[in-house]
Design a protein around this ligand. Structure first.
Ligand SMILES: C[S@@+](CC[C@H](N)C(=O)[O-])C[C@H]1O[C@@H](n2cnc3c(N)ncnc32)[C@H](O)[C@@H]1O
Length: 303
């Protein structure tokens, strides 16, 4: 079973709280754990946290990171020697103009590429268990190049595991960012088709997040079931529980994700994917027509 521990994004997450969560999941017989949100790589007690995961019998320990510090090979090695079995690097383009704009840090692309080389080296030497994966946030600035980007990471960096997260506009601080980066499903539709083709042709694992099932129906209304099961909600990444620590409120993240952060339309109730589909982000619906989303039922559109 797999759990994810979300570190608070605004303040340093208390080490004891993280360790307590690790112990809690261990007692519930979880064997896989991931750390995300606030970047664990710059937590001052990162190795105590990872050591606790190892001592609590977690077999798969994964880290999602902006890779800021891992352009240093020794640091990458130290991370992997602390029993981390899988690393995902957040990277959104192979062009420094785009990556550095999106991250607002000069030279970050070059540093991330170096970090990729470091983790690849550790994987090739058998020190890092799983092959390196990348996470791309799909947005207005990078979507037109997305095919070239995936080909670049596959051919130049030997990456064959790519997670494409459709942008969530909630966390942008300025109105301008929100407007500059906002992307519509209808604009991205033709690229999904090309990405599916690329994935099948090159045997790269490409999965999408935050794209509703009915968008896949629009791409191919005959083979959509196969496409949905291969490209959405894959069992490999299945997270059974999410712990959001450092919040005063105890809440059910999965429930909040559906009830508060996402929108379900009347028609969704009639859709065959009603139970599994993660629906559409609220901010998206505020900007776009709900008519983009229609229930899939008995192989026909039901409006
Ligand atoms: C929340 S981040 C945090 C982990 C780590 N600090 C990092 O930067 O990689 C984990 C993943 O969420 C995704 N993500 C971040 N901001 C996003 C946004 N606005 N919309 C959609 N996905 C986003 C990225 O793909 C990232 O790899």
């Amino acid at each position: 079973m797999s759990a994810e521990v979300w570190m608070d994004e605004k303040k340093l997450t208390d080490t004891n709280l993280v360790i307590k969560e690790i112990e809690k999941y261990s007692m519930k017989w979880f064997t896989s754990i991931g750390f995300l949100w606030w970047d664990i790589s710059i937590h001052p007690w990162i190795f105590e946290i990872l050591n606790s995961a190892k001592n609590n019998n977690f077999k798969e320990i994964s880290v999602i990171t902006n890779a800021m510090v891992f352009d240093d090979h020794d640091k990458a090695l130290k991370l992997i020697k602390s029993w981390v079995t899988r690393v995902n690097i957040s990277i959104h383009s192979y062009k420094s103009k785009v990556e550095d704009y999106l991250t607002q840090v000069n030279w970050w692309l070059l540093r991330k590429l170096k970090a990729i080389d470091n983790f690849n080296d550790l994987h090739n030497k058998g020190i890092l268990k799983s092959a390196l994966a990348i996470n791309i946030v799909l947005n207005w600035k990078n979507y037109k190049d997305i095919i070239e980007t995936c080909i670049y990471f596959y051919k130049e960096k030997n990456i064959y595991d790519m997670r494409l997260n459709f942008i969530w506009p909630r966390y942008f601080t300025s109105k301008k960012d929100r407007e500059d980066l906002f992307l519509k499903y209808s604009d991205f539709l033709s690229y999904i088709k090309k990405l599916i083709y690329l994935s099948l042709k090159l045997n790269i694992r490409i999965t999408f997040d935050s794209i509703p099932a009915c968008i896949f129906y629009k791409i191919d209304n005959k083979n959509y079931k196969k496409l949905v099961s291969k490209f959405l909600w894959e069992s490999f990444d299945k997270i059974e529980e999410i712990s959001n620590i450092n919040k005063n409120l105890v809440f059910d993240w999965k429930k909040q994700k559906k009830d508060d952060l996402k929108v379900k339309f009347e028609s969704c109730n009639k859709c065959i994917y009603n139970k599994v589909c993660e629906w559409v982000r609220k901010e998206y619906v505020e900007k776009c027509w709900s008519v983009e989303f229609i229930a899939i039922k008995n192989e026909k559109w039901i409006t």
